[in-house]
Design a protein around this ligand. Structure first.
Ligand code: ZN
Length: 250
C-alpha cells in the first residue's frame, strides 16, 4: 500500500514500523507547519530535514519514504518569494516526488496567490501537487482551489485535492483531479463516498501527524472494505494504485 499524505517527521520509529507491519510499503511525507517559520532559512531547514534524515528512517523496516516540499498556507511569516525562487532547484533532489502540502486554509487572497505560484512551479517543473483543504467551509474552498488551478492552466490530473468529505468529492472528481480522502473522517463516511462515486481517482490517506492519527488507517480501511464486499481490485485502487498514478510512480 501507499499512503500519500503523512508527516512522519512528527512520529517515532515505532510508528514507522507499524506502518510497515500493516502493509504500507511507501509513504509520501509532506512539508507542513510543525511550527510557524519566521524566515526562509527555517523552512528551508525543514525541507532539508525531510529530504535528508526522514527518507533514511524507513530503512530498518523497508518502508520507502518519498517527500513533497512546498509552503503550507500561513506557514512562513516572511520572505516567501525567496523560497519560491529556490523551489525549482530543490524539487530536483531525488526523493522529492511532489509539491506539497500546499493549499488554502482560510482562502484569503494572499493564500490564493501562494497556491497559484506553487501550482505554476509544479506545472513548469513537471511535478504533481498535494493540496490541503480546511475542515470548515470545505465546498467553497474546494471551488477556489479548482479555480486557481484552472487560471494557472494546471493539468487537473496532476493534482490530489485532499481532506475531502462526502460533500466535496463529487465536485473534485467532476473537475478532473484525484480526490484525497483522509481516513480521520471515519470509515462509514469514507465507504459511503465509494458507494456513491466508485473507486476511480479516489485515494485514501492517514494524514499521520502529531495529533490523533492512526498508522494502521489504510489497513483498517482495507479490512472494512473486504468485510463489506468490495473487490481486491477496488481495495488496491484506493490504498495504492490510484496514488501511484497520481504521483506518476510507475
Ligand atoms: Zn497534512
Amino acid at each position: 500500500m501507499l499512503d500519500p499524505h503523512t508527516h512522519v517527521d512528527r512520529r517515532g520509529d515505532d510508528d514507522l514500523e507499524l506502518l510497515a507491519l500493516s502493509g504500507v510499503e511507501t509513504v509520501l511525507t509532506l512539508a507542513h507547519d510543525p511550527a510557524p517559520f519566521s524566515e526562509p532559512a527555517s523552512i528551508l531547514d525543514h525541507f532539508h530535514q525531510l529530504t535528508g534524515r526522514e527518507t533514511k528512517r524507513g530503512g530498518p523496516t523497508g518502508l520507502e519514504v518519498l517527500v513533497a516540499i512546498g509552503v503550507y498556507p500561513g506557514a512562513l511569516k516572511s520572505g516567501v518569494d525567496e523560497v519560491l525562487e529556490r523551489l525549482p532547484r530543490l524539487l530536483a533532489a531525488p526523493p522529492v516526488t511532489a509539491v506539497g502540502e500546499i493549499g488554502l486554509s482560510r482562502g484569503t487572497p494572499g493564500e490564493e496567490r501562494l497556491l497559484g505560484a506553487q501550482m505554476e512551479i509544479a506545472r513548469d517543473e513537471g511535478y504533481p501537487c498535494v493540496v490541503h483543504t480546511p475542515h470548515d467551509g470545505k465546498p467553497g474552498v474546494v471551488e477556489q482551489v479548482l479555480n486557481v488551478a484552472d487560471e494557472r492552466s494546471v493539468d487537473p490530473t496532476r493534482l490530489i485535492v485532499d481532506h475531502l468529505d462526502a460533500s466535496s468529492v463529487g465536485d473534485v472528481l467532476a473537475a478532473g483531479p484525484y480526490a484525497g480522502v483522509t481516513l480521520k473522517i471515519g470509515l462509514d463516511e469514507t465507504l459511503s463516498i465509494l458507494e456513491e462515486h466508485g473507486t476511480e481517482r479516489i485515494t485514501f490517506n492517514s494524514d499521520l501527524n502529531s495529533g490523533f492519527s492512526d498508522p494502521m488507517a489504510l489497513s483498517r480501511a482495507a479490512l472494512e472494505m473486504r468485510r463489506r464486499g468490495f473487490s481486491e481490485k477496488e481495495i488496491e485502487a484506493v490504498t495504492d494504485t490510484n496514488a501511484r498514478e497520481a504521483l506518476n510512480l510507475d
